[in-house]
Write a protein of this length. Structure first.
Length: 171
């Protein structure tokens, strides 16, 4: 072996060692990364009814996973987390009754599933005051007043008409 051949071989070995070191470091860092729990790929989360006024019972159902919490968010408000843990199985059912302060659109996410269920708590219908029944008008007074007016008109006509016609004939 000549000195140039051994120098070339050392150079190749250095490159191989450097490449192996890089690969090992990359794998080492990959093992140190936190691994998020894998959500069930074949899961579903639904809510019914989709909309209701305060006092409505909303039922959340899930299939294909067993959650421990249900996270509810409305707009930019902080997330409210509800404990839904129970017997393990492939499905669950959880009910919530909406109150007056819950008006708005809510998103529900259960841990262990990527599905999102949405509900909307609406304002109750506007309360209207019942209209008081109008008391029947007393038509007798109105009828008597119109009759009196008619009699006065006829009397005035009977009194003044002959005088007007006599004055017109005498001219």
């Amino acid at each position: 072996m000549t000195p140039s051949t051994s120098a070339g071989m050392i150079s190749v070995m250095n490159r191989v060692a450097c490449s192996l070191t890089t690969i090992m470091a990359t794998l080492g860092f990959a093992l140190l990364l936190p691994i998020a729990p894998v959500a069930a790929a074949d899961c579903s989360l639904t809510a019914s009814p989709k909309s209701g006024v305060p006092g409505t019972e909303f039922v959340f159902r899930g299939k294909g996973f067993t959650p421990t919490t249900l996270s509810l968010t409305r707009g930019g408000e902080p997330t409210q987390t509800v404990d839904v843990s129970g017997p393990s199985g492939s499905s669950f059912k959880f009910s919530l009754v909406a109150g007056d302060p819950d008006v708005g659109k809510w998103r529900a996410i259960a841990d262990g599933c990527t599905d999102v269920a949405s509900i909307r708590v609406t304002l109750p219908p506007t309360a209207t005051a019942t209209q008081l029944a109008a008391s029947p008008t007393d038509d007798t007074t109105q009828l008597a007043g119109l009759t009196l007016l008619g009699v006065l008109f006829l009397g005035a006509t009977a009194l003044f008409f002959p005088r007007l016609t006599r004055a017109a004939r005498s001219r």
